[in-house]
Design a protein. Sequence first.
Length: 222
Amino acid sequence: MADQTGFSPELLSYVREVSLREDEILRELRDETVAYPMGKVMQVMPEEGQLLAFLVGLIGARSVLEVGTFTGYSTLCMARALPADGRLVTCDITDRWPAIGAPYWKRAGVADRIEVRVGDARTTLAGLITEGGGNRTDLVFIDADKANYPSYYEDALTLVRPGGLIVLDNTVFFGRVVDPAAQDPDTVALRELNSRIRADDRVDLAMLTMADGISLVRKKAS
């Protein structure tokens, strides 16, 4: 059986050269973001943004929920993949970071598809469940504070439709999930959630060894 290929910097550069389609607007937003404290660490890789857009198009999504906006690079990638009447709700704890992305969303012509909700994401998700009930959202992307991932996951399962996707970022968390000495709340929450999803018969699962670990979770039909 074939094993995992080791990707050297040269091989990763080749993959990026032959597959990445990052245009000027995305590149400029990424370049601005890396100038901010923790900007490079917190921003998704351009390949991940392209994957998110691919998934939105692949499942024919019309409604997307994003938990954790930051400067809105992933927001822009997904909004562009939606149809003109599609809707993306993105939530962040502060309006500081989404405000950086907003001009880029406007330049790309997708600002009218994006709604920013500011506040504790647990409250935002509870509000969305109250407003529209469950089984309505096509794709949920979770990339926020890791300690609350278990709560976000359960709410996402309520919100997403059967056959819809939940995408969780940072599920290997810089390799900390396999370090027994890492007992901080973020690592513990991710470690436990990974195991829980593995045993969750409500979903199908594929965990990608890409970027910082990306888990694709498909909600099964009832």
